[in-house]
Design a protein around this ligand. Structure first.
Ligand SMILES: [Zn+2]
Length: 213
């Protein structure tokens, strides 16, 4: 079973994919998904309504995770607004006992500091930074999710080889490539069969309490 941990594509080749829903319009009751307020789309005028929407859907069985949400130093949305929305979503994740899919751009220290105050499982999605940063996340109890494109880089290969296998997820995110490509990359890096990689990733979903199957 090839799990796509995080995708914005409605159609893909994964047997199980966690579709990211950032607004009410994209929400469907019969599709497993994560719901979250992405820092790029935050707006102080609509935040109250968006929080209401999230509160209304968070307990549904098809909503498996909160996110993507987080902090982004490269976007123009005011920092205070980003902080407010992220903290609120961490509270919601803690209350609803659902894992958090983290969007992080140049804000790892700030995010880890916040996460320290909440009893939540979390995954840094689209991870494409350094080995030291991956190790820091994992030592704090977090996970990283990577794309095929990143696993093809020297840096990505080195990270996948050197971190705990039970701390990894695979995703397509915005990429049009298939999730199978990411599984093939990881199988090559780990020198394991596809079956073995599939089993490890499936186990990892259980470790964070993600009820995908
Ligand atoms: Zn994404």
């Amino acid at each position: 079973m090839r799990i796509d941990f995080h995708t914005h594509q409605t159609i893909n080749d994964s047997e199980l994919s966690l579709f990211n829903v950032h607004c009410a319009d994209l929400f469907s009751e019969d599709k497993i998904c994560s719901v979250g307020l992405h820092p790029w789309h935050l707006n102080s005028d609509s935040l109250r309504l968006e929080k209401e929407w999230m509160q209304n859907v968070v307990q549904r069985d098809n909503v498996l995770a909160i996110g993507e949400c987080g902090l982004d130093k490269h976007c123009k949305v005011p920092w205070d607004l980003q902080m407010e929305a992220f903290k609120w979503q961490l509270e919601l994740a803690e209350k609803s006992k659902k894992p958090v899919i983290v969007h992080c751009v140049r804000a790892q220290q700030e995010i880890l500091r916040l996460l320290n105050d909440f009893n939540v499982e979390y995954v840094f999605h689209g991870f494409n930074r350094t080995l030291a940063m991956a190790v820091e996340i994992i030592e704090m109890g977090g996970f990283v999710s990577m794309t095929a494109a990143f696993l093809r880089t020297e840096n990505g290969r080195s990270i996948a080889r050197n971190i705990e296998q039970n701390s990894i997820f695979l995703e397509t995110d915005n990429d049009l490539s298939s999730i199978s490509e990411a599984y093939i990359c990881l199988a090559n890096i780990w020198q394991k069969s596809m079956d073995e990689v599939e089993q490890i990733i499936a186990q990892n979903t259980k470790r964070i309490g993600l009820k995908m199957f």
